[in-house]
Design a binder for this molecule. Structure first.
Ligand code: FES
Length: 117
């Protein structure tokens, strides 16, 4: 499933938050005209990445049962429901899920992080 297949997928240019706010892994919600879109935004060095905050195992948010969303070595995103893990740079499943996270294109414009075209 692509992120644009979600009924509440935000339009390109939609503001997510201030880019400076992103210092680690942050589950956020973007409010659109069609409802709420769950997004997981993380800083990876100078890069900011984003995924739909829905584990492909049961479509629960990765922070469903806690806030510790990174592996001890910092390379994997973790689902707190059943422990699936995903490569934080690609979203590909490593353990516990058959498919990966849906990446959402984002970019910084001025001080804001927005949905990219
Ligand atoms: S809901 Fe995420 S591993 Fe089951």
């Amino acid at each position: 499933m692509a992120w644009t297949d979600y009924s509440t997928a935000p339009a390109p240019g939609t503001r997510i938050c201030a880019a400076a706010r992103i210092t680690a892994v942050h589950p956020l919600t973007v409010t659109t005209e069609r409802g709420s879109f769950p997004i997981l935004v993380l800083r990876d060095g100078a890069t900011i990445r984003a995924y739909v905050n829905a584990c492909p195992h049961q479509y629960l948010p990765l922070d469903y049962r806690g806030t510790n969303l990174l592996s001890a070595d910092g390379t994997k995103l973790l689902c707190t429901a059943h422990g699936a893990s995903f490569d934080k740079t690609t979203g590909q499943a490593i353990t516990g899920a058959d498919c990966g996270l849906d990446q959402v294109p984002v970019e910084q414009i001025g001080d804001d992080l927005v949905i990219a075209a």
